[in-house]
Design a protein around this ligand. Structure first.
Ligand code: GUN
Length: 282
């Protein structure tokens, strides 16, 4: 292997140490940060993610409450739940775990989250702020990727960055964050022609496609920084969107899965929750 591995666990631990100090500061001022998570239905992956979020909160000293709604709940019930959380002064952060069951529409639900409590950065207000280059809550996974790049002193200004994937949760905010740091950004997706030709031009390549082993060595420029956002389950194992074995021979830097970006997603959620608590004290 020639690539240097970018260790999300180590970056995460360093950031969480700093966050622990901020929790104590808030406590000294009489505030215990409180995250409310809305979980609809019984999607096994979502249940695991939510449990991991609860554990991380507890470990750091953040209060977390999980509101569980049954898989058959109505749009009105879900919207009512979020409306109440937005109005509740005891709640600093709100997260609606996605995906929702098919009969529910996430867009109007997310729009009901008070932007000051929007620790996922998914509301139109915070997404718009990112687009305009204003300060706001940034989606946790792309925010975590930027933190990893910063930790490893990856130069971004003037580099070619290619993001594969255009979701609202990862691809689009990822591209905007790289653009804000003056990268030349290309967004590729399932309809992109000559994908390998595009990705081979990348100094920084972010894979957020949701397909196991999708990015292979022939798609990577020698020495490139490759960030793997994928979390795919194959034969009971968690693997990324990057074919680790071949790409680790070509890339200069690479995030492993597990132990890469995934760790940072929850860390950024914790950070956003503390930011939200602080913001609401003003
Ligand atoms: N489902 C997968 N990733 C996420 C995330 O970052 N936030 C929420 N709310 N749901 C998700």
């Amino acid at each position: 292997m020639s690539a240097t591995l970018m260790d999300g666990r180590a970056v995460s631990a360093a950031v969480r140490d700093k966050l622990a100090l901020r929790v104590r500061e808030l406590e000294a001022e009489g505030v215990k940060p409180h995250l409310a998570v809305v979980l609809v239905g019984e999607d096994p992956a979502s249940q695991i993610y939510v449990r991991n979020k609860e554990r991380a909160c507890e470990k750091l000293g953040i209060r977390s409450t999980v509101l569980r709604l049954c898989a058959e709940c109505t749009q009105a019930e879900l919207e009512d739940t979020v409306r109440k959380l937005s109005a509740d002064p005891q709640v600093h952060g709100i997260l609606v775990q996605l995906p929702l069951p098919r009969h529910l529409d996430a867009t109007p639900v997310i729009a009901l989250i008070d932007p000051r409590k929007d620790v996922d950065g998914f509301t139109p207000v915070n997404a718009g702020k990112l687009l305009n280059g204003e300060k706001g809550f940034v989606a946790c996974t792309p925010g975590g990727v930027m933190e990893i790049l910063r930790h490893y002193d990856v130069p971004i200004c003037g580099r070619n960055a290619v993001v594969v994937g255009r979701s609202n949760i990862v691809g689009k905010p990822m591209a905007l964050l790289l653009l804000a740091q003056n990268a030349t950004v290309t967004i590729c997706h399932s309809r992109t022609k000559n994908l390998a030709q595009m990705t081979r031009g990348a100094d920084i390549l972010v894979a957020a496609v949701g397909k196991a082993g999708f990015i292979t060595a022939d798609m990577v420029k020698p020495g490139a920084v490759v960030v793997d956002v994928g979390i795919n389950r194959v034969n009971g194992q968690v693997v990324g969107d990057v074919d680790f074995e071949s790409v680790s021979e070509v890339a200069g830097f690479l995030t492993p899965v597990p132990g890469g970006v995934g760790q940072m997603t929850i860390t950024m959620l914790l950070k956003n929750t503390l930011d939200a608590a602080r913001l609401q004290m003003k």
